[in-house]
Design a protein around this ligand. Sequence first.
Ligand code: ADP
Ligand code: ZN
Ligand code: ZN
Length: 693
Amino acid sequence: MSRLIVRVALDHPIPTLFDYLCTILPAPQPGQLVSVPFGRRSLVGLVCEVVEHSDIPTERLRTLEAIWADCPPLSTQWLALLAFAADYYQRSLGEVALPSLPPALRNAKRWPRLLIPASPVPLSGEPKASALAVLPIMADTQAPLIVERTLTPEQTEVLRTLNSARGFSPFLLYGITGSGKTEVYLQMVAGLLARDPLAQVLVLVPEINLTPQFEKTFRARFSAWPAQAIVTLHSGLAEGVRARHWLAAHTGQARIVLGTRLAVLASLPRLSLIVVDEEHEAAYKQQEGLRYSARDLAVWRAKQLNIPIVLGSATPSLESWQQVAQGRYTRLTLTQRAHTEAVLPTVRLINMDGNSHTAHAPNSGLSSSLVKALQERLVRGEQSLIFLNRRGYAPVLACDACGWVAGCVRCSAYTVLHKLERKLRCHHCGWQAPIMRACPDCGNLDLAPLGRGTQKIEETLAAILPTARILRIDADSTRRKGSAQALFAEVHAGEADILVGTQMIAKGHDFKRVTLVGVLNTDAALFSHDFRASERLFAQLMQVSGRSGRTGQGEVLLQTRYPQHPLYEALARHDYAGFAATTLAERRQARLPPFVYQALLRAEARTLEAAQAFLMQGIELLNGLSGAERVTCYDPVPMAVVKVMNVHRAQLLLESPSRIALQSALHLWQPHLRTLKVKGIVRWSLEVDPLDI
Ligand code: ADP
Ligand code: ZN
Ligand code: ZN
């Protein structure tokens, strides 16, 4: 009897499939999950091929332990998506495919308890062949109950274009904050799902915090639908819930999947439309493990499936803006706010430099104009929002006498002072220590905080405006699960007068009562060594400004030492297009992305010398490869925070005007890098299209 060999992808860096003997009948199909022995453990793997021959002698092959027969196999299209992601981001298929599955699915012991929802689409065998013969599960509800708003003329025009799209059509929906992009998504989705009752839609949002608001909006609009027709996917879900939602998407039961970046890799057999809201957000880029861009993979997926994709933003990424310039994406524009009475806020730049600046009180960090504006809102019963990008009390604790600054013992970084918890905390590794009484270097007892964080501003405001109800929203005040939701609910209910927060409050939230936004301490980003800092700052400031006057006239007061800076002037004119044109011209001149393609090789080692040595040897290997001349290789440099948790980090930047040339060099290079043996190396990794350099 000829034995079947099952070739399985495992979460393992070696870019190969692992062969196993199959003694279970019926044998699995490609796309099925199986459990296999690996070393002394048992692992869940993904069947990629079923063949009759293995290069490994039969007596050395181990045997498949179990097949998850209840779960319909993952489609060839899904496997192709994962194979592309693995290839593009220089990983093995298994390293990409297995971690993309919800944790509960990767534990074979849990399979018997995971209920597979009934499927309206036959998933095995010939895809779609008999799909139409099978009644959709929601046939009884028919088209969703739609309580639509009357669209503005601009929205109507945009929706008409979107609805006429056939096949792969990438759209950049460029609409100012509050212009009603969400309403456009809703009506496009409703129309599509009414036309095709089996279709699925994927809606990506940049942050977990934004999913409840989106889910509520979608549920309200499709209220006649059974609960499982709309599911969320993000890392904050309990394991069982996430598995259930993923399976609902995989079986076609879920018609609308709302999720964070990880949802882009979900199995969606009838995917017909993708929406990426706030497409410019850096959060779409995974920053560890497989460092993928969910937005870029979403575009690839739309192309693969030949379906439309809508990338929405008030401040598109310069990458997407450039795609429009090159005619690859279609730009659709919403220039007006959807509420007729709402106009864009007036932006006032408050000069904090030297004499022209009148502080409310010395060292308060608040100008008298801002305090006066806050007082006016209090009197009128309106809400204000104070934005600054630094949590904690003050950034650092310093000694005036000798210049000592409190730092982390494990990282080359300063610790942040958290006054309420009476702790110094490292924001890189989490190390913390009690606040010391005296300077460890000179014994000076007069240690003082330098600069200001959210906690400090909260305290200052409470002293200046004692009657105001102040709420702080940042990573510290929202550590407990669900606390961010509770705080946002308080704001929406009008239970706070002043909201102090970091970028967490800048994004997406539709605060109806906020009429004033104060912006503090953003100047540092104007002079950053990171060429993307100004793009990020502009987007952030447009976003946070957009929180003001969602339903009426709003005002933004920005405190700066550089009121004449072109970035701030463009902001005051609400001129994203102008900002984008100038910045893209600079990038073209300087040969920076999106005009070149980049990759990073990072090395982590016990000493900086070892990390650098690894990278130097990497350069030598690269230079020996054919096609290397089309790739520019910079010198290895220590990373901005060179030491984290006692591991030293250095990186090497590669660049090419051709994406293909860069990709082929990386492919040739990887196997050589794997053979490198440098003493003291802890790990190394390649990142394609890095956002932080
Ligand atoms: P964006 O996502 O573009 O920032 P939203 O979709 O959040 O904007 O819309 C801003 C506000 O305008 C929301 O309160 C929304 O309900 C409202 N809105 C959207 N479209 C319309 C419309 N056609 N008529 C009235 N209000 C609308
Ligand atoms: Zn000192
Ligand atoms: Zn640290």
